[in-house]
Design a protein around this ligand. Structure first.
Ligand code: URA
Length: 238
């Protein structure tokens, strides 16, 4: 939800201050109703009329970013640190789809399309989120079975749909493991490994659904194609 004056200003017809003036003067309608309250919040999906003209809604934008380490996954930071949104050149009010930790790298989608983001994040749609984790220690079969059978996090059972050991370094006592999950709880992969006794030293998201990095260097991004957006919409379970 956003303030009405912010949505009007974002449509490009006036500054936020001018939009506030129009609201208090009774020149703004939301879904046909005059709104004069400045704090009014809207989703951006409403019909908004200003001085008798409908304002055009923001075009939908979709990006795939290779998130670098040391950047926060948020639209704003109180401490003024750089966020993933700052890496993308656009005036649209985009936001990240789900979260990657400060030290996690890899596939991150950003958009201003709430329906698109919800489809990707809803566990019922069973969209693969594939991570490559470097673990301290060497994972054993019984721990892999435990991850697949399910682990309780925040009162829910979460399961790895696939776990594959990619590399083992006996000397350094580390291993590289690929794990596929369908949910997106906070720190989910780190907490799942922690619950079977392993510390994650490094974490990269390799894939979400059809989206992989395909040559994007750290910090690089590209727009999604209309076909890719359509594929995400087709993931939604009716
Ligand atoms: N799981 C985590 O623990 N961290 C991430 O950044 C993403 C998934």
């Amino acid at each position: 939800m956003e303030r009405l004056q912010k949505i009007i200003a974002a449509s490009g017809i006036a500054s936020r201050r001018k939009a506030e003036e129009w609201i208090t003067e009774g020149k703004v309608k939301v879904n046909g109703q005059v709104i004069t309250e400045l704090g009014t919040k809207v989703t951006g999906k409403e019909e908004i009329e200003v001085n008798g003209n409908l304002i055009s809604k923001e075009e939908k934008e979709y990006y795939l970013l290779n998130k670098p380490r040391g950047i926060i996954t948020s639209t704003k930071d109180e401490k003024g640190r750089k966020t993933v949104v700052d890496l993308i050149e656009t005036n649209a009010r985009i936001y990240p789809v789900g979260r990657l930790d400060y030290d996690t790298t890899g596939v991150l989608l950003l958009t201003n399309d709430g329906d698109f983001a919800n489809i990707l994040m809803h566990p019922a749609n069973e969209i693969d989120k594939v991570y490559l984790a470097k673990l301290k220690g060497i994972l054993k079969k019984e721990q892999i079975d435990h991850l697949k059978e399910g682990i309780e996090l925040d009162g829910d059972i979460v399961k790895a749909s696939r776990v594959k050991i990619k590399k083992v370094n006996v000397e350094k006592d580390t291993c590289m493991v690929e794990i596929t999950i369908h949910e997106g709880k906070n720190h989910q992969v780190k907490r799942m490994f922690e619950s079977v006794g392993f510390l994650v030293e490094k974490l990269t998201r390799k894939r979400i659904g059809i989206f992989q990095l395909e040559g994007l260097q750290s910090g690089e991004y590209r727009r999604l194609t209309p076909k890719e957006v359509q594929i995400v919409y087709s993931y939604e379970k009716k």
